[in-house]
Design a protein around this ligand. Structure first.
Ligand code: SAM
Length: 196
């Protein structure tokens, strides 16, 4: 079964109600190693995987079904579109963007998903105390992401006291002895920005 955003008008409605449990988004979730593993370890939190490739979404959904997880779901979508269509404002507690496609050639840099408009969409969907967690092996992309978050975002410690699961790409890079760049960010409220 393949959930395309045009076919699935919404994610489970209870996931985005005001009193909903925490909701975490794994953008570019690949085959779900991270968010499905986290969902299995954190039954009180809902995990939504977003991924552009339908075959990977199908793999995620089959795995979720096999494990019988009611707190994990995956949807196919490209870029900011699934955020706009599926996620109300202030609905997400943690937005994970791990190893986004780096497009390392300068002439392809415009294809990187992390652009100003995408970042503003993340800001919109985050709950007031929500966080954005970024991880990549690509230094130039990491610098670009940090430049775009220099104003309007505060850095928090990466460790949040939770046991975590490696993403597929993280596992590969760490096995090669490489340490990825990581940062955890919290949006500064617009009112506080205007007052400064
Ligand atoms: C390099 S992989 C990283 C996968 C995973 N996050 C990890 O850390 O192992 C990037 C993933 O993002 C997906 N992707 C790339 N661009 C996307 C976009 N614009 N919208 C949604 N998914 C995207 C790719 O299909 C791929 O599965």
């Amino acid at each position: 079964m393949n959930h395309k955003i045009d076919e699935v008008v919404t994610i489970p409605p209870a996931w985005t109600e005001a009193s909903a449990p925490p909701l975490e988004v794994d953008f570019g979730c690949h085959r779900g190693a991270f968010f499905i593993g986290m969902a299995a370890m954190n039954p009180g939190t809902n995990f939504l995987g977003l991924e552009k490739q339908a075959d990977r979404v199908n793999k995620c959904l089959r795995k979720i079904g096999r494990l019988g997880l009611a707190n994990a779901f995956a949807v196919q979508g490209l870029g900011a579109e699934p955020l706009q269509k599926l996620l109300p404002s202030a609905s997400v507690t943690t937005f994970h963007l791990y190893f986004p496609d780096p497009w390392p050639k300068r002439r392809h840099a415009g294809r990187r998903v992390f652009q100003v408009s995408f970042l503003e969409e993340i800001r919109r969907v985050l709950r007031p105390n929500g966080t954005l967690r970024l991880m990549t092996d690509c230094e130039s992309y990491f610098c670009e992401m940090r430049d775009l978050t220099r104003v309007g975002w505060n850095e928090l410690p990466w460790e949040d006291g939770r046991e975590t699961v490696e993403t597929a790409f993280e596992k590969t890079f760490r096995a090669m002895g490489m340490k990825p760049h990581q940062v955890c960010l919290k949006p500064i409220a617009i009112e506080a920005l205007v007052a400064t």
